[in-house]
Design a protein around this ligand. Sequence first.
Ligand code: ATP
Length: 627
Amino acid sequence: MTNASTADEETPPPPPPATLTFGGKHGKNPLADASFAAMCRRLPSVLGHTARRAWAVDRTGVVLLLVCQLLTGAAAAVVLAFTAQAMTHVLGDGTVSERLHGALPALIVVTAAAAVGRVSGALASYADGRITPLLTTEADIALVAAVCRVESSAYGEDGFADRQEAAEVGVTRTRLMVQDAQRFMSALIRMIAASGVVTALHPLLLPLLLLAVLPAGAGAVLSARVDYETHYLNVGDRNVRQMMRWWATYSRFGDEVRANGMTGYLIYWYRALSDRIDRRTLTAAPRMLRITLATSALGGLFLLCTWATLAWLASAGRIALPVAATAVVAVQTTLAALGQFVLHGAAMFHTSLYLADMRSFLDMAAERAPARGPLTIPERVDEIRLEEAVYQYPGKDEPAVAGVSLTLRRGEILAVVGENGSGKSTLVKLLTGILLADKGRVLWDGVDLAHADPDAVWKRTALVPQNFACWPLRARENITLGQPKTFDDGPVWEVVDAVGMREAIEKLPRQLDTLLAKELWGGAELSGGQWQRLVCGRALYRQTPLLILDEPTSQMDARGEHAIFLEIKRIAARRMTVVVTHQLENTRLADRILVMDKGRVVEHGGYEELVNAGGLFAELVALAQDR
Ligand SMILES: Nc1ncnc2c1ncn2[C@@H]1O[C@H](COP(=O)(O)OP(=O)(O)OP(=O)(O)O)[C@@H](O)[C@H]1O
């Protein structure tokens, strides 16, 4: 036995991924208590909703689709009725040529109607091809817009991310909805046409045919239910798998994954989660099989009864032979139409389950869109005041900000310091109205943010967040994003100079037009510190009354940091500036320093004053110098 294998035996197996359930108040499958009748009642509402949305995106396509479907149905009825007529001639009395001659006009009509049916069928598919992509795009954009617009606090809400994942499936299923609805409607029209002909031949045939296809329909609905149940159980796991997939494969995190030896565990983890999802899916397979076998057997039995009845009617002389022959064709046609009607109805029901998830998420997101009030904020803001502001994140026992009062005036630079988790970033979110205080108030020139239009607030805010996005956009857009108001690059170059990025941008293959994403064709990459400079440039470009920088220079070299703080000082007179930092030396530029601990302001004053006070700030400064 080698040392390596001994080591392997002694190494405990890696822990499997945590078991995640689609939890919270959304943890209950909406189908759990739904009766079969209730499920069937969904169809008209789903059909109506799809029709309204289709009408909104492509009226011509919808009209074309409806006309073609009516034509297809009418053509099917004509084919059947004239086939019956032709049969009567073919199986009637006279010589072969006389009988064929007699059937000829009916056969010509059958051929013409079949041609019309085919052409309108093709046109209906074309209309479906027009409507579906537009509808899917609309659903997709509605979802993205809804998520972008919710109050920031919604992200932390129980089940929000899982509901979003379920809604994403709804978006992809939208693709099937028009197709299902179109096939369902066309089968319905063909069924009505064909059943009219069958009933005219003998009234007993239609109920028997219905009995023959109903079990298949019931089977399809039951299978859809099982499939959805499995999907519902897997939502939580799929959500986290999707997130991990992105983190594990995103090139920006590739170095961390490789150099820390994470690859093996990440792949193991991904496989373990995928296996768990597959296991649930496979558990459903025998149930599906049982449903299909039972309903097929029942349907087959009823079909046998239909044929036996037809044979009995013919042999007992209750229907003439030509009528019996026609009945065979009519039964086949009706059976096909009925079968498709039921199957596409079930498919629509199936799709509707996913669409309902999407609709309920959109409703949920709409309820969480800011509805704060119509108050607006003056163009120039002179003062921001916090009055005993408290904020507690959902699910947390302690408030992150526990009653903070402060006044910030135009022209002032405020530094906020404190240990990790002391509430600095949360305070910033309260100042900017990203989060609304649970208790207390945040007032911008006397306007309470709880009642102000958030867009008016954010138009006057520039924020360099602690965790910023490296947008896969051109360099120019990475600066102007959120405020693309000039056609001239002058102001963009001004901020590029201010953050010391001119040389780096001029070296890019297409300067400001360079796509900043190495993974995209023609894209280029910046270093971490260069990205941070660019993000600071974006905030400076906005020229707003409030400028907030949360750890703005953590990745920068001394020259970059110097340039940024010089610029902050240069422009400070025209705005209120808040700098959150752990680099305590940088707080020297501030007019005031706020020291936070456990959500409260424990000290405030100037740099020298706080160092001499011998409190938490002095201790942190001493620790920073004790290297
Ligand atoms: N989105 C969130 N959901 C739940 N709790 C959060 C969230 N963001 C922060 N917290 C919690 O709120 C508290 C304050 O966090 P905050 O980010 O404001 O601290 P901070 O002072 O900015 O910390 P750091 O110096 O590490 O950036 C912490 O206990 C943290 O765990």
